[in-house]
Design a protein around this ligand. Structure first.
Ligand SMILES: [Zn+2]
Ligand SMILES: [Zn+2]
Ligand SMILES: [Zn+2]
Length: 431
């Protein structure tokens, strides 16, 4: 079965998340987005895990579904029909590890997937002696990430550990500030337990293909959503058995016939694509910051080194060298952002959502709208500038000011000249 999976989200118990991160909301929004499998999130948090057991029941394939459906208060959702079998959940959590190894402080995030409640109970039991799981939906543990993987392998060998957003500067496996140079440096003899890596919003597969050391890993993409409307902004598309085992086997195989493609941001849109210093409003490409010795040209402080720079540091392949048999990808822009661009409004305002749901009711779900529905059909729904935006996105005709030092990049789909000469073959201008 073909399905879209988003394996990394946070509940309302994680810091800086929306109160709307509840199971009902997640299920409704997953349907709207076209996602069939969504992470349950934060299973280490006692209250959220209590709610998980109360709200969800096993569907018999290692996934879970809603026991009962309550319509969320969001008015736009009231015309969306949902049955419990349309959206399934996979037990998941993310843990932040802060520890010292070989004289350096390391800070990395790991995503964990679990096949059943018993595995989660066992793991939570063990972890509760190591840190305060109640403090945050994404708890902080002071133990070595390698020891954690060892613990998982012993307690629940069917669980999956995936290093999260591996390139972000502050909390990741390869992060410029507190990460490692190689996977083996972090996980040592437990390295074979790891078979997938999350590329994060600021990097896309071609950037990761530049490291031959990553060839034997499945590269996954997830939303890391903190509010329900951001579900699926990055995700994975599979054509495999719809089960925990099917999912794991497809990931391990890295076979593009089973793991069809990933859905990606334009990586320049991510918060840490370029280098920069936010306070001074300084944004630099890796080449420019090498020229200033990675110091801010305005104030002289250290720049926040972005993902592109870090990839270039560790890369052993050229940009245009594409290794064979790679899982392909699609760069997409969330539909509410396309609409916001078309209307010259902000992506979260009411009038944008009103038009967004006009499209959803007409064509079913966001993924279909962004990738499948012919432009001629989309253009029937007003304002027709939205369909023009989708067309430009599909062709990669976007202009992006790269994200840096915690700021998202800014996308423009309608640079003034592009609208004037729409038929004149707009220019691909990534920066
Ligand atoms: Zn994280
Ligand atoms: Zn996260
Ligand atoms: Zn500065």
């Amino acid at each position: 079965m073909k399905f879209i999976a988003d394996l990394h989200i946070h509940s309302k118990f994680s810091r800086a998340t929306s109160k709307e991160m509840t199971f009902d909301n997640l299920a409704y929004w997953a349907k709207v987005k076209g996602i069939s499998l969504v992470a349950s999130g934060d299973f280490t948090h006692p209250e959220w895990f209590f709610l998980t057991k109360q709200k969800l029941e096993p569907s018999g394939n290692g996934f879970f579904r809603l026991k009962s459906i309550n319509l969320p208060p969001n008015g736009f959702l009231k015309n969306v029909s949902l049955s419990a079998d349309e959206v399934h959940f996979i037990l998941s959590t993310e843990i932040s590890f802060i520890y010292s190894k070989r004289g350096k402080v390391r800070k990395i995030h790991l995503l964990v997937l679990a096949p059943d409640l018993e595995s989660v109970e066992k793991l939570n039991q063990r972890l509760s002696g190591l840190g305060n799981l109640r403090a945050d939906g994404r708890p902080i543990l002071g133990i070595d990430a390698k020891l954690f993987v060892k613990m998982v392998a012993e307690l629940c060998p069917r669980c999956v550990v995936i290093p999260s957003h591996i390139w972000t500067p502050w909390f990741s496996l390869f992060g410029a500030n507190s990460g490692f140079e190689a996977i083996e440096e972090c996980f040592e003899e437990m390295t074979p337990f790891i078979f997938a890596l999350e590329t994060g919003l600021s990097s896309d597969p071609p950037m990761n293909w530049r490291l031959s050391a990553l060839d034997r890993y499945a590269l996954v993409s997830n939303s890391d959503a903190h509010s329900p409307s951001r579900l699926g902004r990055e995700a994975n598309v599979f054509d495999t058995e719809f089960s925990y085992n099917g999912l794991v086997a497809a990931l391990k195989s890295r076979d593009p016939r089973r793991f069809l493609y990933t859905i990606e941001f334009f990586p320049e849109e991510g918060k840490y694509h370029y280098d920069g210093h936010r306070k001074c409003n300084v944004v630099l490409s890796p080449r420019e910051s090498r020229r200033t010795n990675n110091l801010c040209p305005r104030c002289g402080k250290k720049l926040t080194i972005g993902v592109l720079h870090r990839v270039e540091e560790l890369a052993d392949r050229d940009l245009n060298q594409v290794p064979p048999d790679k899982v392909p990808f699609k760069n997409l822009i969330p539909l509410n952002e396309v609409i916001a661009e078309a209307l010259n409004k902000t992506p979260e305002c009411q009038s944008v959502w009103e038009i967004y749901f006009r499209f959803i009711h007409e064509f079913g779900n966001e993924q279909r709208i962004l990738t499948e529905v012919p432009i001629s059909e989309l253009s029937r729904v007003q304002p027709d500038k939205v369909s023009l935006g989708v067309e430009r996105m599909r062709k990669g005709l976007v202009h992006i000011e790269p994200g840096h030092d915690g700021f998202y990049g800014r996308i423009s789909l309608f640079p003034a000249e592009a609208i004037e000469g729409a038929s004149g073959g707009g220019q691909l201008s990534l920066f």
